[in-house]
Write a protein that binds this ligand. Structure first.
Ligand code: AQP
Length: 330
């Protein structure tokens, strides 16, 4: 069995974009791969977090992933900061990553613009920690949305550089980006990706939004001039984004979606998108809410899973320490 690794930041409740671009593929992969999935809380602190809120969010995001039901036989689901090897490997790998490489990362540029008052070193070295996350588990594939492609490319370059010096220490990972849903756009500004930390909640559908909220947000989504439901991301980015959401939620093709709404106008279409999104999210939301009510149960699960993750990561870290000449820890 090949290994898949992926992570999600507990910066906010995941959106339908996170689900369609990443989480649903996590579930599909867990049927065929050994999967290591992480709530990456150390990535989240590159942006200032309220401590109480962060603790709450980690449990909520963890519960939401469980509620998506990845195959438990093949899945390890843990919280990143519970496995200390991530921080250690990240430091080691930062010595094999060039300043110029990090300086080219578009997410750093975007996040620096968004958090101009806090452009900290962690925000800059974020992709090194991400490379450590992936390489620690000998991951063959990394299911991601399109926005993470550049970071994955860098993780590959770091692995290849390290292997070039020390031999085949790391497995070089491949990205796995879905054909549809890899980039779900904001409901209010279809030129930007849907973002779970968007200050305007109208821009995203949170996975814990109520049915009413989901439908209202879809009804208020920005569409384009004209009234025909036609897939054309350049001329009709708003409608095309809603069509993508509808098509994935219902399992229909874009052509079927187009013919379902031929002549019906935007109003009926937007309501149908909201209903389809709600139908998809409803069972997940219910299971997650039950889990969120039992924080002690969640904490027990997290502790067990951290041990399972540590058991995989530790031999890889030892391998790295040895080849670079660090004395073994007794
Ligand atoms: N809009 C999106 N469409 C498709 N996939 C997406 N992903 C994120 N947004 C979309 C994918 O979800 C996974 C987890 O993302 P993340 O939590 O690591 O953070 P992110 O990419 O920075 O996502 P957000 O929602 O924009 O979070 P914040 O607001 O915290 O920065 C990744 O595989 C990502 O590709």
């Amino acid at each position: 069995m090949k290994t898949a690794f992926s992570g999600i930041q507990p910066t906010a409740i995941p959106t339908i974009g996170n689900y369609l671009g990443a989480l649903r593929n996590w579930v599909a992969l867990s049927k065929t791969h050994r999967c290591v999935y992480s709530v990456v809380d150390m990535h989240a602190i590159t942006v200032r977090q309220d401590p109480e809120n962060l603790r709450k969010r980690v449990r909520e995001v963890y519960a939401l992933i469980l509620a998506c039901e990845p195959d438990p036989e093949n899945t390890v689901l843990y919280v990143q900061s519970h496995v200390a090897a991530h921080a250690e490997l990240s430091w080691i790998l930062s010595n094999y990553t060039m300043f110029g490489e990090l300086n080219r990362m578009t997410q750093f540029k975007d996040k620096s613009a968004k958090h101009a008052d806090n452009i900290n070193a962690g925000l800059f070295t974020y992709p090194v920690l991400q490379a450590a996350d992936i390489l620690l588990y000998d991951a063959d594939v990394v299911p991601i949305g399109e926005d993470q492609k550049q970071h994955l490319e860098l993780a590959r370059d770091i692995a290849l550089r390290f292997n070039g010096i020390y031999g085949n220490v790391f497995v070089v990972p491949e990205p796995m980006i879905p054909k549809t849903g890899a980039r779900i756009m904001s409901l209010l500004d279809p030129a930007r990706k849907m973002d779970k930390s968007d200050p305007n909640p109208g821009g995203y559908i949170s996975m814990l939004d109520s049915r009413d909220a989901v439908i209202t947000k879809c009804r208020r989504a920005v569409t384009d001039s004209g009234s025909d439901v036609r897939y054309d991301p350049v001329e009709k980015p708003g409608v095309s984004n809603l069509m993508t959401i509808y098509a994935i939620c219902t399992g229909k093709t874009l052509e079927e979606t187009e013919s379902d709404f031929a002549g019906s106008g935007y109003g009926a279409f937007k309501t149908a998108v909201g209903e389809a999104a709600d139908a998809l999210l409803d069972p997940i939301r219910r299971r997650a809410q039950t889990l969120i009510q039992s924080p002690t149960h969640l904490d027990r699960l997290m502790a067990r899973e951290a041990e399972r993750a540590h058991a995989v990561a530790d031999p890889v870290l030892r391998r790295v320490r040895e080849v670079i000449g660090l004395l073994p820890r007794k």
